[in-house]
Design a protein around this ligand. Sequence first.
Ligand SMILES: O=P(O)(O)OC[C@@H](O)[C@@H](O)c1c[nH]c2ccccc12
Length: 382
Amino acid sequence: MESLLASRSVRSSFAAAAAAAAGTRGCPHRPSRVAIFASAGARPLRAGHRDSILEVLAKEDMLNATELAQLENGKSVNDIAASQGIRIRRHCRPTASLKEIEEELGAPRNILEKIIWDKEIEVAEGHAKKPLKELTEAASKAPPTRDFYGALEAAYKRNGVPALIAEVKKASPSRGVLRENFNPVEIAKAYEKNGAACLSILTDEKYFQGSFENLEKVRSSGAKCPLLCKEFVIDKWQIYNARSKGADAILLIAAVLSDLDIKYFLRICEELRMTALIEVHDEREMERVLNINGVKLIGINNRSLETFVVDTSNTKMLLEKHGDSIREKGILVVGESGLFTPDDVAYVQSAGVSAVLVGESLVKQEDPGRAISGLFGKELLH
Ligand SMILES: O=P(O)(O)OC[C@@H](O)[C@@H](O)c1c[nH]c2ccccc12
């Protein structure tokens, strides 16, 4: 499997084969991806069909790791995910109507699956508007990244309380609109002034009322903190897009991504010098992620993205079990969601987190900057 991830050599040999296949020349970008997706979800592809699609996709550098494995082994993307305990399915049909998708897979099982099904369509549209090649060029010209991991580590040492990743978040599917009068740059500046180590910018529009425009605005406003792009990443296109708009770090959600995709996306992050925050929610996801080399930052989400239930004891439970191997590997842990009081912060700190990711309890207050000292019970120093 590891050889699949040697993406450059795999891709260049595929690309050479594809270049020889005159019939594929000039093949429009989107239909080729659609062709694979049309049969990627549930059924393996016929060998001949598979090989020609593989050539086209490889030529255009459009495969993610799990798709490549699926094409090579004849296993469906959803089978590969399910074998790792992933409950979120892909429809792999970005041009189909919701009705057609639901005829095949039934209704989405939960909100996270719904978000991902919409994201598949959004990403396909993004590909069509801005080919990957354009984005990789833009990403290579973006100003250098800031050290997200280093900023968290330093802030924890400096303040003796978990470093703060303060989230610029207008709304969420579980809580609705959190702040009517929402100015992302003002909020980001207030967070920074009051000691946030890093900022998290929600970019999902449909469910969180975020945007890449917000990310760009905060980056160009003179904010110095490293920025996390808070997205539902399912495709490397999104990582290059985030980098080209100034992100220093990106969220990867283990409930959504197969091991192979996490490994592949980690490589891309490394290449772009970005930090990956890998989010887990349960025991199985934690075990999977701890078996992946190169993971430096793990977020434990106290909120289930499938049921919205928030339970901070989740962080404690997972760290009681895995704290030793996490420390051995030098991984920093971020406690995510549902933190409102100094007691909440102290609780996750005693469980072993070095950083916290907080949105609602800050953004809902009149002055989100001042809310920081309320959350920690003291002022944070820069
Ligand atoms: O607003 P809260 O409860 O403080 O949570 C912030 C952050 O943890 C939450 O927004 C979050 C954590 N993981 C996510 C994944 C996608 C979207 C949002 C999230």
